[in-house]
Each structure stands twice: as C-alpha cells, then as structure tokens.
Design a binder for this molecule. Structure first.
Ligand code: PLP
Length: 389
C-alpha cells in the first residue's frame, strides 16, 4: 500500500482537475485519472495507425475483453453484458425493445432522472401506455418508507417499473432488491437504473433479481466519458436490441450491441485500466472512505448551517444532500443562480437543487476531496447569505 498516494491532495495529483477549483461534483460526470486518459489516447492512436485492421480485427475482441473484465466486478458473465455509451442509451434500448399496449402502466417516481422520465413519456405517447409517477419521501429517513411509497404505485397493470439504484437529485441509495421483489409480485418487469452505482456500491446483479440493469462506468469507476453497460437476464436477452440497428441484427445480444456503426470506443477499451486504477487503491477501501467522507461532510455542513441532511448513513453512498439555510429562495431558478455564483465567483462546483421547499446541495466525495473542500463550501454559503441579507 506504500506506493499508493494518500486520499485528498496526493490523490488529486493523479487527476486532471484544474488547480484551485473545489470539485464536489464527481457524481455528474465523474473525473478520469490522467493515466486512464493516456490509455484511451493510446487506443485512439492505435486505431488511426491502421483504421481498417483495427476496426475489422481488434474492435470487437477489444470490447469483449473490457466486458469480461467488467462482468467479474458485477457478478455476471461477459456474454450477458453489452457495452453502451451511457445509461440513457441503455434505458432507451430497453424501453424501445419492449412492446406496450394501451393501458399498460410504467412506474417511475418524482426522483427518476429527467432524461429517463422523458424516454418513458415518449414511449407512453407512442404506445398508449400510462405513466404512473409516485412521490418518494424526501428527506428519506428509512428504506421502509421508500419501499412503501414505491409499492403504492404498483398494480396488476404495471408492465414495467423503473427503479433508480441511487437517485440523482437526492442521492438516496434505494432498497432495490426489495423494490424489484415487490414489482415481481404484481408481475411487472424491472429495469434498474444504476447510473451511479458501479464503483459506489458493491454490485452482484443476479442477487438484485431485475430483468435489466444499467450502470455508468464513467462516474464512480473512473472510466473515460462514454462508458456504460447494460446487463439483461437470460429470459429477456433475446428480445433486447440497441437503439441503433446495424450489421449484428439477429445475431444475438452481444453482437448486436457491439457493432452499432463505426465509432470511437476508446472509452471502453480503457475500462480495464480504469478498473486497475480502482484496484490499486482497493475498491472497498475507496467506497468506504468516500462513504465516511460524505457522511461526515453532511453532518458538518448541516451543523454549520443549522439544517439537515437528506438521508441517514444507511441510505447514503458516496454522495449526500444537505439543506442550505433559508435565505436563498426555494425555486429551481434560485438553485441554478446560486450554483452559478458558487462556480463563477468562488470556483466551487456543487449541484444545487430545489427540493422539499428549500435548496439543497448534493455533495460528492471522491478520493481527491478533503476536508478543506467541505470547509470552503460551508464558509461560502455563510458568506453568500450574509451578502444577500
Ligand atoms: C439516475 C441517473 N440515471 C441516468 C443518468 C444518465 O447518465 P448518462 O448521462 O451517463 O446517460 C444519470 C446521470 O447522472 C443518473 O443520475
């Protein structure tokens, strides 16, 4: 372990983040280590040195190597894993592969990611399916309350339930296994949107029991942007197609997804090295540290501001929401304006959302963050409030 940099500033040197910025938003787009970006560039160079040979001989085998490596991490077989560019693409592939009849219900919730909500609405508008949206409790104090709010939206007509593993605006780690089981009881299919989960939460996909699971590798697994996966259970695999139909059509799940036209898959080819980066630090050690970091950060921020966090430690992964003190307004426009000021005037990057009648910061903790980042945010909010009083 002695050659592994310490968390905080030493680890930050391995990333390409600008000097002087306070980056508390790993969750939105990840941040790729310098060495992983170098590997990605190496793959691009290799392709351009002999484009035809690379595309015709190395492209698909390279994807399969990456998929098999990832498969070990998520407890499945490589042939059950399609590599896609992002979770949005994967959700679209699942929804567009299903057939819905008028009156079929698709269950989402108020915290479902907006791009996913749009996809569900688009499918519903084309098929006559009905979108059922339930409100989840927020702040959320228990897994039971999340489960019962979700279950209230299930009925004998529910054809598909879309379940976030970690919610985007509120950073809640959902009781997915129990939600999937509840959906199955009414005969609904289940798609778990685990955009944030890989690298943040230990994953063993078969134990979740869903029909489909998608996760991003470009967030908490350190892969370059444009690296995500879609896993499908054996029963639904044959009917699943990518959003782009190409040469592989009819030749099986993996073949269809591997070739969706000529493209740059260097982010996928660099995935084994991103996983190697994580292994160097120890995946469990990173997860635990990030979790402890944000739980502690949430408590300190809430104490400083006289507010509360959006979830207890049991529902928290590597991100936490903290309510801002009153005085900043309560609309999404207020949230956007405060976020802009923090970034433009103080170089603090942190998402702010309007929720539950107030504004909330969503704080990510990654190996390059340290307490001084949290202190800077705490102080910036107090100063902003004094200035606007
Ligand atoms: C829950 C959830 N789903 C889907 C996405 C979309 O991810 P991407 O932009 O990589 O498709 C995100 C992004 O943050 C998310 O939080």
């Amino acid at each position: 372990m002695s050659d592994v940099p310490a968390f905080g500033t030493p680890a930050r040197r391995l990333f390409q983040l600008e000097d002087g910025s306070i980056y508390l938003n790993h969750g939105s787009y990840g941040a790729t280590p310098r060495d992983v970006t170098a590997v990605q560039r190496h793959w691009q160079d290799r392709l351009e040195a002999e484009p035809s040979r690379f595309m015709e001989r190395e492209f698909r085998p390279g994807l399969r190597v990456a998929a098999s490596r990832l498969a070990e991490w998520i407890g499945v077989e490589g042939r059950a894993v399609a590599l896609v560019e992002n979770a949005t693409q994967a959700v679209n592939a699942v929804l567009r592969s299903m057939s819905f009849r008028p009156g079929d219900e698709i269950l989402i919730n108020d915290q479902t990611y907006n791009a996913v909500k749009n996809t569900v609405r688009w499918i519903a508008a084309r098929t006559g399916a009905v979108v059922v949206q339930v409100d989840l409790p927020f702040p959320a104090y228990s897994a039971d309350s999340l489960l019962s709010a979700f279950a209230a939206g299930l009925s004998g007509r529910t054809r598909l339930a879309v379940i976030d593993h970690v919610t985007s605006p509120t950073a809640l780690v959902m009781p997915v296994e129990r939600m999937v089981a509840a959906a199955r009881q009414v005969g609904a299919a289940t798609l778990v949107d685990g955009a944030h989960a890989p690298g943040m939460i230990p994953l063993d996909l078969p134990s979740i029991g869903a029909d489909w699971y998608t996760g991003n590798c470009h967030k908490w697994m350190f892969a370059p942007k444009g690296c995500a996966f879609l896993w499908a259970s054996e029963e639904v695999r044959a009917d699943l197609h990518p959003t782009v139909i190409s040469h592989g059509y009819g030749q099986g799940f993996v073949t269809e997804f591997d070739w969706v036209g000529t493209r740059d898959a260097s982010a996928h080819f660099a995935l084994p090295d991103a996983l190697g980066f994580l292994e160097r630090f120890g995946p469990e050690r990173v997860r635990d540290r990030n979790h402890r970091f944000v739980v502690d950060a949430g408590r300190r921020l809430a104490d400083t501001w006289g507010t509360e966090t959006g979830a207890p430690p049991a529902l928290t992964g590597s991100m936490i929401t903290v309510r801002l003190p009153d005085g900043f307004g309560s609309s999404q426009a207020d949230a956007i304006e405060l976020r802009r000021r923090l970034l433009d005037e103080r170089r603090i990057q942190v998402p702010i959302n309007a929720l539950a009648g107030g504004l909330w910061a969503r704080v990510s903790g990654q190996i390059y963050n340290d307490d001084s980042d949290i202190d800077a945010l705490a102080e910036a909010i107090l100063t902003e409030r004094r200035n606007s009083a």
